[in-house]
Design a binder for this molecule. Structure first.
Ligand SMILES: [Zn+2]
Length: 285
């Protein structure tokens, strides 16, 4: 079995499109949501943050989302509830327009697309820098908590550009992964095993997973007890972090999630088989 970096699977996102999302509470996928409240506050003299409360139309629980964008919304029904425009559109103040005679010269709001560097529209998930509940979908609950938590912190730190926290969280997650998988820290002579060698041991344990993925993890040096009093490793930059967190998520999904899902599917097939009538062979007929 091979794996790929392309897990563009919408089940892993919060928001799917303008009216549906994956609920972090009832865990239903592709469920309708409504924005029940929204507003803004100033996080500094020059920075405004916009908050949105989003309710699941199935379990009626509400999640909280922060963005640096004031987002265009569409009205929905008679309860003043809204949904996000999709692809997301930013509302910005426009001071350029000349006031009409007899009207105040209050600036109007104009709509602006929110685009990636390559000119394609951003996904809703990419324009929120914080969500509570947090990155539930990117980090599956079947992944051990000791690994999931530092990796989740790493993702949140990266979203707010706190690179030291993001780097530390990622290193801790890899440290915990090696520990959880019982990859020894020392050899039979009680000498510390180099990080690359430990990653190779993990790679050899999971031969069904692409070896290249594990090799990328060699970049994520972790602090062993041997190195505690030596210099710390430098922080990763944001693109490297984004890539390495992606790699870590992919490996974790392959180790802890995929086998579980395969097993569930096999059980379903077995149950269907037990209910199916045995097909008569040609000879019997
Ligand atoms: Zn729900």
């Amino acid at each position: 079995m091979t794996t790929s970096f392309d897990r563009s699977d919408m089940d892993k996102q919060y928001f799917i499109d303008g009216s549906t999302y994956n609920c972090p509470f009832c865990k239903r996928r592709h469920i309708k949501y409504r924005i029940t409240d929204y507003g803004s506050y100033d996080s500094s003299n020059t920075k405004t943050v916009y908050f949105y409360l989003v309710r699941c139309e199935d379990c009626h629980k509400t999640s909280f989302h922060l963005s640096k964008y004031e987002l265009k919304t569409h009205d929905w029904g008679s309860y003043r509830e809204k949904t996000f425009a999709y692809p997301p559109i930013e509302l910005v103040l426009d001071f350029s327009g000349q006031p009409f005679s007899g009207q105040s010269n209050r600036p109007t709001k104009i709509e602006k697309d929110i685009l990636n560097e390559n000119g394609s529209p951003k996904e809703l998930d990419d324009i929120f820098f914080y969500s509570q509940p947090t990155s539930f979908f990117t980090i599956d609950e079947r992944i051990p908590k000791t690994i999931r938590e530092p990796l989740g912190e790493s993702e949140i730190s990266l979203k707010t550009n706190l690179l030291t926290g993001a780097s530390g969280g990622l290193r801790k997650a890899i440290y915990k992964l090696l520990k959880h998988e019982k990859i020894p820290e020392v050899d039979s002579q009680n000498a510390f095993i180099p990080h690359d060698e430990r990653v190779d041991q993990l790679k050899n344990k999971y031969t069904k997973i692409e070896a290249d993925l594990f090799d990328e993890l060699k970049a994520v040096h972790i602090l062993t007890s041997q190195e505690l009093h030596e210099n710390d490793w430098e922080d990763f930059d944001a693109p490297t972090l984004r890539f390495l967190i992606g790699v870590a998520n992919e490996i974790l999904a392959e180790i802890y999630v995929t086998p579980h899902e395969t097993k569930k599917r096999r059980e379903k097939i077995a149950a269907l088989k037990s209910q199916a009538k045995p097909k008569k062979s040609q000879k019997d007929g």
